[in-house]
Design a protein around this ligand. Structure first.
Ligand code: ADP
Ligand code: MG
Ligand code: MG
Length: 920
């Protein structure tokens, strides 16, 4: 017969900590603690499988399971030496929920179950403490009335009906604190509670303990589908199918007097990771009193005075648990008349700082291995370590003071404070004057690059996590809050209104790119310790403990990863930052941003507006030295590391002004008519620029552009080589769908390379390859690989073209799609493995078949996303490339991908679930 109920207590248990799937986290850990001899009140766990049965049996508990529960109840009576419903010495139990993943406070708990008019008398007789007995009783009726019988506040402004009765009673008695209520007062409360229940439900409060028990177990299973629990599961990706277990456990009492109490603690500090015992407790209290905020709890250190014996025992248990679980644990305990009981333990939630420090410390203490440490740190947590931070107290005060304006997407983590400006020109001008600015735009475009660079932070009203603003902000390491739709920005008047407030240019504003909060006024920030060491080089690493732990984790990650990590960078300073963060090359150097740089936009526009090949060549000749200088700067910084440079990609109209005023200015500057410019812009207009005249199509129609760019790359390479610095240029042709497109461009690039080597009298190695970013390119990868020496997956465009979704127009439906779970995650943030991923896999296989040594990488935004990095590892890419500030995250993600998918991990996982007996 299948087992559904697992007993624990008396130094033994039928379950253990590996059985979380079946017993839930709470049940598995209660069993584990009981099994290793810690003082756990005995009890039993009804497995998560019963939750499923409960819903399948129209919300009833099947008879067979009922019988098994009754058998275990008998066993519990024996262990406790008490009888359930015995009027002389009643057994009281708690009914506790507990899912696989901890969902703190999401589902309901009932304490002191088994009390009724008869058993309460027995409890009084046994303890000679009527106040205690009635305190238990009124808590029980209150919890049961709420959880099982549904006496809850009706709408959000109502107060809890039971609390209302307590308030009324206190008012009548003229007392303030619950602790001032006498036994008789509490007895009266029980009567009033029951009357309220009868009044509301039309039924008497159940006196029969068995009836109480079935009601409570049913409602814990029922709470799996309550609104709070559903919302929480959504937020943390917990599947509905998991279900919750129910724990029935002997009550111990922290409310028996001054020698009793209850508390919660962590074996290490959850905020900093320091090796100190951190916790809070209350004497003469029960259950949730500590967290409920009715009374202010005391720091755990004070327990030394209140109960030195219990404190010493708790210290001992802290170390036992730490050794046993080799992790930071969150524990619940209760002291009943000087005797300590453990009621819960689970792996504790922690900040990134704590996560890293604890993992590294535990390796030093030989509690865990390096591999285990890496598995415990979520790559995205590293963001917290890299970003500038607000002074937490100041930010809290600002929010409490009503200065929170709105919330957008947390697109570029970190904290920034500055003065509002509404366009890039102002941003630059103000920054030049030494002002800190927050560039605030409806949305940004490539034209805004310089302003974005000059700003402390970027705030936009439109656009998602992969909008232009977000993408560029992450690459630059700028703080960014995007898609903050509450902002109504008036460019003309240089003001914005948000929730009734109007802010004007120059007003101070603060944005928290880690949370998406937009706050009025100034809040002090400081760069993170890691940045002070690596980027600013203003802090001695020896004096930077956070940096040191970070560096250790990075070194371990490097030792375990097989993927190489490159960066997307198109300026020497960005490249230098990326190298400081550990980048091993550049995976994508976009040349178009360069054209907006100092002195370049003029000749660029001249080139676009040219009527003849001759005119175009004159303009290109002006651009050549400028581009060469850009590339030389990057080659020097990268010192021989591979640098993938992409030839021009965006449609040409992006480089021309669209406003009449700007067009007129350009006309005057170039000495041509405004009409001509207007006409040219109109002729370049496209209905769907994403699929229009861009990418290699430009270079095929205007080969002289590719030639100029190749020449700039190779002349820069030659010059750098002559300085004695090694170079690794890789020229990448974008948007290739047909091998002939690539062959056409490749020929030009190679001819140019050979010519430059001859002219300059130096040789250097270089590669020519392509982006795989449209489906035809992936499908014909075998043909394309006959020309390409490398592929780089441009997964932004590959996602757009595979899904047939324009990223810039997806705002309306993509979020709802994710909410409806049509796509599990935004496919522009996390690779759509089943669609786009299959094309990638196909291209990898076909490409390698033609050219076994082909270099394979990814340079789309996905290259910095941990789940996508894991996919890249699985399909056998050689490297991922991401924005400079994501390089550490990618290093860690790559190591975890290797560790979590290593063959040995897989077998040990399988062995574990075999041990657990069954899988749901
Ligand atoms: P949650 O999952 O919300 O933490 P718990 O099941 O842990 O809920 O219970 C809530 C509170 O009740 C906790 O403070 C816990 O310590 C207390 N509690 C639960 N069972 C018992 C028991 N058998 N004896 C004493 N206190 C208990
Ligand atoms: Mg708990
Ligand atoms: Mg592209």
């Amino acid at each position: 017969m299948k087992k559904y109920v697992y007993f624990f207590g008396g130094g033994a248990a039928e379950g253990d900590m590996t059985m979380k799937n079946l017993l839930g986290g709470k049940g598995a850990n209660l069993a584990e603690m009981a099994g290793i001899g810690l003082p756990v009140p005995p009890g039993f766990t009804v497995s998560t499988e019963v939750c499923d049965l409960y819903y399948k049996s129209r919300k009833t508990i099947p008879a067979g399971v009922k019988a098994e529960i009754e058998k275990n109840l008998k066993k519990l009576e024996k262990a406790a030496g008490q009888g359930f419903g015995d009027p002389k010495d009643p057994l009281l139990v708690s009914i506790r929920s507990g899912a696989r993943a901890s969902m703190p406070g999401m589902m309901d708990t009932i304490l002191n179950l088994g009390l009724n008019e008869k058993t309460v008398a027995g409890l009084i007789a046994k303890t000679s403490n009527p106040r205690f007995a009635y305190d238990c009783y009124r808590r029980f009726v209150q919890m049961y009335g709420d959880v099982v019988l549904g006496l809850k506040p009706v709408n959000k402004d109502d107060i809890d009906p039971f609390e209302a009765i307590i308030e009324q009673k206190k008012h009548e008695m003229g007392i303030e604190s619950d602790t001032d209520l006498s036994a008789d007062d509490l007895k009266d409360l029980v009567a009033r509670f029951k009357a309220a229940i009868k009044n509301k439900t039309g039924h008497d409060f159940p006196e029969d303990p068995m009836k109480q028990l079935w009601g409570a177990i049913g409602s814990v299973f029922g709470s799996w589908m309550n609104e709070r629990a559903i919302a929480y599961r959504k937020l943390y990706d917990i599947p509905e199918s998991w279900g919750t277990a129910v724990n029935v456990q002997l009550m111990v009492f922290g409310n028996m007097g001054r020698d009793s109490g209850t508390g919660v603690a962590f074996n290490r500090d959850a905020a900093t990771g320091a090796d100190t015992f951190y916790g809070e407790y209350l004497m003469n209290a029960q259950g949730e009193d500590v967290v409920a905020g009715i009374r202010t709890p005391l720091p755990i250190a004070d327990l030394k005075k209140d109960d030195p014996k219990a404190h010493a025992q708790l210290e001992k248990i802290r170390h036992i648990l730490e050794k046993h679980y080799a992790d930071m644990m969150d524990i619940e305990f209760t002291i009943q008349q000087g005797k300590l009981y453990m009621l819960q333990c689970r792996v504790g939630k922690r900040t990134a700082f704590a996560a890293i420090k604890i993992a590294v410390d535990m390796v030093d203490e030989k509690l865990i291995s390096e591999k285990e440490a890496l598995k415990r740190i979520e790559p995205d947590q590293l963001n917290q370590l890299l970003r500038p931070i607000f002074d937490p107290a100041e930010k809290d005060a600002a929010i409490k003071g009503g200065r929170l304006l709105a919330k957008g997407l947390n697109a570029g983590p970190g904290a920034a404070t500055g003065r509002l400006v509404f366009n890039s020109v102002d941003a630059e001008a103000w920054a030049k004057r030494g002002e800190k600015v927050i560039l605030t735009r409806i949305e940004t475009s490539p034209e805004d690059i310089k302003g974005m660079n000059a700003a402390e932070g970027i705030l936009t009203a439109r656009g998602g996590m992969t909008s232009h603003a977000a993408l560029v902000a992450r690459q630059m390491g700028r703080v960014c809050v995007a898609g903050c739709s509450e902002l109504a920005i008036d460019y003309g008047r240089h003001v914005m209104t948000v929730n009734g407030k109007t802010l004007k240019e120059g007003d101070w504003i603060s944005i928290d790119g880690t949370t998406g909060q937009v706050i009025e006024g100034k809040i002090q920030t400081k760069p993170s310790e890691v940045l002070q060491v690596l980027i600013e080089k203003s802090l001695d690493p020896k004096k930077a403990p956070v940096y040191q732990t970070f560096a250790k984790v990075m070194a371990w990650a490097d030792a375990h990863r097989t993927l190489r990590i490159r960066t997307n960078a198109d300026q020497p300073d960005q490249s230098a930052n990326a190298v400081a963060f550990g980048a091993e090359g550049i995976g994508l150097c976009r040349t178009e941003h360069m054209f907006f740089g100092e002195g370049k936009i003029g000749p660029m526009r001249e080139m676009i507006l040219a009527d003849t090949l001759e005119q175009r060549k004159i303009a290109l000749a002006k651009l050549l030295p400028l581009q060469r200088k850009d590339f030389a700067g990057i080659f020097e910084v990268m010192a021989g590391r591979p640098v993938t440079i992409r030839t021009i990609d965006p449609p040409l109209h992006e480089f021309l002004p669209h406003e009449e005023k700007d067009q007129r200015a350009l006309a005057a500057e170039m000495g041509i008519s405004y009409e001509k410019i207007k006409e040219r812009v109109a002729s370049l207009h496209e209905f769907n620029p994403m699929l229009g005249f861009r990418g290699c199509r430009l270079g095929i129609i205007y080969p002289e552009i590719t030639e100029m760019q190749a020449r700039a790359v190779f002349e820069a390479a030659a010059a750098t080589k002559k300085k004695g610095i090694d170079v690794g240029p890789e020229v990448m042709i974008p948007l290739v769908g047909h091998v002939k497109e690539l062959a056409h461009q490749e020929k030009l690039v190679r001819q140019t390379a050979e010519a430059v080597m001859k002219e300059q009298g130096v040789t250097f190695k270089y590669l020519v390859g392509t982006m795989i970013e449209i489906p035809r390119g992936a499908i014909t990868a075998d043909e394309i690989a006959s020309v390409a020496e490398f592929f780089s997956f441009g997964t932004n465009d590959l996602t757009q073209t595979t899904l047939g979704v324009s990223r810039d127009d997806a705002g309306r439906f993509l979020r709802p799609y994710v909410d409806k779970e049509i796509y599990a995650k935004d496919p522009f943030e996390v690779i759509d493995r089943d669609g786009v991923g299959q094309l990638m896999r196909m291209a990898v296989e076909r490409g390698r078949k033609t050219r076994p040594g082909i270099k394979l990488g990814i340079c789309g935004e996905h290259g910095g996303d941990p789940s996508s990095i894991e996919f890249c590892h699985l399909i056998g890419l050689n490297y991922v490339s991401c924005s400079p500030f994501r390089v550490p995250i990618a290093r860690l993600a790559a190591a975890r991908a290797a560790l979590l998918n290593a063959p040995e991990t897989k077998t040990s996982k399988a062995a574990k679930s075999k041990k657990a007996g069954r899988k749901r």
